[in-house]
Unconditional design. Sequence first.
Length: 623
Amino acid sequence: MKKTISILFIVICLTAVCLASLLLVLQTKHATWIVNRTLDYLELPITVKQAQYTYPNHFELTDISLNYQEGTSLPIAKAELWLSESLLHNQQINIDSILVQGLSLQEGKEQTIALKEWGNQLRSQQHFKLHQLAIAQLDYSDGVYVGRDISVQIKQPHWETEEQIIPYGEIQLSAAQAYWQQQAFDNLLINLDYKPKDSTIYGLSFKWLGAQVSGQAEQYPQGWSLVNFTIEQLNTSIDDLQTQSADMLSLIQAQVTHINSLDIINSQLTHQDLTLENLNLSAENLDLTSDLWQQKGYLSLAADNLQWQEYQLIEPSFKLTFEKDKLLIDDFNGELYQGDVYLSGELTPNSLHLTQLSISGVKATLNSELEALFTYPQYLEQLSIDQLSVENSQLIQINTKPYWQGTGVNLDAKQLELKRNGRWGVWQGDIRATANSLSLDNIIGTQAIVEMSSDDGLWQLNRAFIPLESGYIEGVGEMQFERLSKPWKLEISADGVPIDILNHYIEQPVELAGFAEMDINLNGLAGDNLMLAHSLSGQLWSELRDTELVHDEQSHRLAFETLDWQFIRGIGSHQPINVYLNEPSDAAIGSIDGQIDLLDEDKRIITLSVEVEGEVILVEKKF
């Protein structure tokens, strides 16, 4: 027994002496030879020009060559290795950390494949257990990806397949500059827990197109979610970006499926006809795989200027809350056409319900661009406004004659329902409107007032009064929107109305001037044009005074008999109307003749025939 113990003690001593001798030799000039012999023994295609060992666990290798093809090698400036205090574990050499410096992969694809094959060979031997891998001063290029001055650190790196190049693990990476899809990413930093599934980016930042981008992200089975992402001072055209980096955007769209929180700050963006200056946008909980009506998130926007086609909205801001099949609009406001616009409400796929719409100081000219604003409601089934307010605004139409305008317009309306089941009308509500000035050609009214109300589709014009320069226009009326035929009636009384407006509808080189007094009492059905043509009935009575006809730069004073039109089911008729020179007591010099049949286009002609100084002047108007 004593002999056995003595032999065991001698073996331990010899082993200790050998290890001590090995450690001593490693600290001499023979360290390089020992390291290269060890690499040969492990059948690793690596040679080292100089090796240095520092007790107790540090190796430093310089001028390394990795032979990945016959006659081809990859130079590595320097590598450092730290062994673990528990050197052996499960028959593997425990390596705490490896640091590789000065690696240039200018033939990135081939050299990366070589590194991967070398890594597969190293892993297949299962001699080592690596706890941390670090690479510094790496330059990389493969024609698609380019990186300069890359540093990367990977904790607990592990590969699950031979095809895998980047190992799983906790990765920290930085690069002075990276290129991808013709885009440059400067000062790139990433802190990533890279796993086969459900990876997490704890921190990501870079400078792109002059913008600073930072944030976090989480991976789920359906894709990546952006968490606390911020893009600051981005200035770009989305159209150019879609053209130049279509593959990059397609990849992002395929991988990023959710926005937990995204902020775009102090940015300038253009897209087709849309321009946003000094944009600040926040988005939360948006599912990028679902359409607008399936969202349950939040969006807010503010900008110094929003330009869309011919519209310019100054300092716009709004908040949107997404619910299923519903979009809540809060505090939409901005300066439009030199005035202020504010609204809030609720939008669904087929309805718009505004709780408030306020317009103040707007000065707009009616044109094709402004009319385009009213095309969207055509697609709605329901349109209602709880509170509508217009203050001191102006609307002008100068595209076609006769021109018209309203200035100093004020309107107050409550509980308005303007579209029901796809049908336009004033279905519900009370409206009161005033205007400091109204004009239609040279018909000018001041301090006009209109009051109307509707109860479940029965609309009533309670009062309309427009003072003119030398007279007035007033009227009342009603329409039953709840009935498909829309029965209506209208009563208008007026005096001192200039008849010059008729000149816009007379093709001959003839002009009329004067004033009219009139009473109009009409009724019918407004369900469609055919109903109106079949149903228009009532009376139109008018007296003309101070009337002149200008022809060939000569003015002729005329006098007309009373115009008394009777309409019965779309057909208008009148007693013969004589025209006199100066006074009715004179001999008749002409007449007004014709008929109006709304059912027959060939029977919608009124003719004024006047003989002055032997010349017959004929004026025709076809309706």
